[in-house]
Write a protein that binds this ligand. Structure first.
Ligand code: HEM
Ligand SMILES: *[C@@H]1O[C@H](CO)[C@@H](O)[C@H](O)[C@H]1NC(C)=O
Ligand SMILES: *[C@@H]1O[C@H](CO)[C@@H](O)[C@H](O)[C@H]1NC(C)=O
Ligand SMILES: *[C@@H]1O[C@H](CO)[C@@H](O)[C@H](O)[C@H]1NC(C)=O
Ligand SMILES: *[C@@H]1O[C@H](CO)[C@@H](O)[C@H](O)[C@H]1NC(C)=O
Ligand SMILES: *[C@@H]1O[C@H](CO)[C@@H](O)[C@H](O)[C@H]1NC(C)=O
Ligand SMILES: *[C@@H]1O[C@H](CO)[C@@H](O)[C@H](O)[C@H]1NC(C)=O
Ligand SMILES: *[C@@H]1O[C@H](CO)[C@@H](O)[C@H](O)[C@H]1NC(C)=O
Length: 381
């Protein structure tokens, strides 16, 4: 909430000092803005009709993805990268726009093409992220924040972020990124990577696998409890933290290893390549079939922790019984829609409301769980 207050202050200043409202970037989220701010900004944006979902890709075989058509390129001034090594890599190889700003459908296509992410998982995660971090009017989402790694972007107002926005999707106790409390929540952190290597040596014979994932996930939670008074680990972060611990095993291991004893064992050179430099290893083949958070329950069961948070001091972790856990997937969806989205968009109107409804519909479809009742916080039409 702090960043929304800061943004409001900056916008108020901008209006009274004749700054161009049209400088509001097409990729900046409208979430949390007041009605006067929305009324001033939306007419300056280039609106893009909400898009229907892309079709699932039919070819889900393994194949070379670090190919001649998708060379890795270093960042240019202004290119944006963020907390997700998967999306960073897709942008640095041109599967996503290299500037790091994409439409949700481009992301859904790219994660299937480049990493063989399973279609429904891709749809659900992408539209959940777009709802809280994207711009619903321009149909654009930044895969990072306001600050490109290569230097400040003069077009981006302070506090406006995409996927790096803390607390809605990005969260605490990441495996290679520090908690936002310590100042930088999205950049590769060498100290944390050295711990990743150390745990891989101790529990994986030098490789990162699901056994390592279970130990390291627990270690990162314990570190946040002991050092971050603002640590929070409730849904949706509770889910994404466990899911993302499996992703290096499921997505970063060469697909040709499937069925061999090297399946599910990630070597440290490949890990560093993805996490630090957003680069596919030489000659990399994507996974051998459609892939999601396989192994999430094993990671959780290694050291079960219930959702909760520190209460403003270190070592004050308190379980929050209202948060969804891994056994309550429909509650994840309900809390996300009823609380998170409703807080960010209390009373949307016109094109914004229409776009929210389309994105909510897509997210629900991606969940592909008929047991969860569909919610319509902004009516049904
Ligand atoms: C489908 C669209 C995707 C979206 C919107 C997305 C978004 C995110 C976000 C916001 C985070 C930061 C969470 C945090 O640690 O605080 C994250 C982390 C992560 N993502 Fe993605 N992601 C997507 C797909 C992928 C794919 C396809 C992969 C693997 C190829 C991947 C791998 C990871 C990993 C390993 C992390 C954890 C990083 C760490 O803890 O250090 N993601 N993702
Ligand atoms: C997948 O195959 C179906 C049936 O042949 C086809 O209708 C659909 O367009 C294909 N999807 C894509 C993304 O090409
Ligand atoms: C990296 O993470 C560690 C542990 O959370 C933290 O102490 C350190 O300040 C971080 N380094 C940078 C450069 O952010
Ligand atoms: C996350 O990082 C971005 C970029 O450094 C920063 O603007 C944002 O304020 C951070 N979030 C929090 C809550 O610290
Ligand atoms: C920690 O939480 C407190 C209370 O919510 C807030 O005022 C403060 O800004 C937060 N600190 C950081 C660095 O996020
Ligand atoms: C991880 O590697 C270690 C060491 O080789 C092994 O004992 C363990 O069974 C592996 N775990 C998985 C899930 O592959
Ligand atoms: C890999 O091979 C195993 C059998 O060893 C199979 O069960 C699995 O579905 C295959 N595909 C992927 C993407 O792991
Ligand atoms: C979400 O809102 C719907 C409709 O208002 C309500 O039926 C449901 O109980 C709410 N769920 C939660 C978890 O708040």
């Amino acid at each position: 909430m702090k960043s929304f207050a800061a943004l409001s202050a900056i916008l108020a200043l901008a209006f009274t000092t004749n700054y161009q409202v049209s400088a509001f970037p097409a990729y900046a989220s409208l979430a949390g803005l007041s009605e006067p701010e929305l009324a001033a900004i939306i007419p300056t944006l280039h609106r893009r009709e909400p898009q229907p979902l892309p079709l699932p890709q039919n070819d889900t075989s393994t194949k070379l993805v670090n190919d001649a058509a998708h060379p890795w390129m270093p960042l240019r001034q202004g290119d944006i990268r963020g907390p997700c090594p998967g999306l960073n890599t897709l942008a640095s190889h041109g599967y996503l726009p290299r500037n790091g700003v994409a439409s949700p459908n481009q992301i859904i296509n790219a994660v299937q093409e480049g990493f063989n992410m399973e279609y429904n998982t891709a749809v659900f995660v992408t539209y959940a992220a777009h709802l809280v971090d994207g711009n619903l009017i321009t149909d654009r989402l930044s895969i990072g924040g306001k600050t490109p790694l290569t230097g400040p972007d003069p077009a981006a107002p302070a506090s406006v972020a995409g996927l790096s926005t803390h607390q809605v999707f990005e969260g605490d106790s990441s495996i290679t990124r520090a908690d936002a409390f310590f100042g930088n929540n999205h950049s590769f952190n060498e100290t944390l990577f050295q711990q990743f290597v150390d745990f891989s040596n101790r529990f994986g014979g030098g490789k990162y696998n699901l056994t390592v994932a279970g130990e390291l996930r627990y270690q990162r939670i314990q570190e946040s409890i002991a050092t971050n008074p603002n640590f929070t680990f409730i849904s949706p972060r509770f889910f994404t933290a466990y899911a993302e611990s499996t992703f290096p095993v499921n997505f970063f291991v060469d697909g040709r290893k499937n069925g061999t004893e090297e399946a599910g064992q990630l070597d440290m050179d490949a890990a560093r390549s993805f996490f630090e430099t957003s680069k596919f290893p030489e000659d990399f083949f994507r996974p051998a079939g459609p892939t999601g958070p396989k192994g999430i329950n094993e990671v959780f069961k290694a050291h079960p922790v219930q959702p909760g948070k520190n209460m403003g001091t270190v070592n004050s972790y308190t379980v929050d019984p209202t948060s969804a856990d891994l056994t309550k997937f429909c509650l994840l969806y309900e809390n996300f829609v009823n609380q998170t989205i409703a807080r960010l968009y209390p009373s949307p109107k016109g094109a914004l409301r229409q776009a929210l409804n389309v994105a909510l519909e897509h997210m629900y479809k991606g969940m592909a769980d008929p047991e969860c009742t569909q919610l319509f916080p902004y009516g049904q039409d």
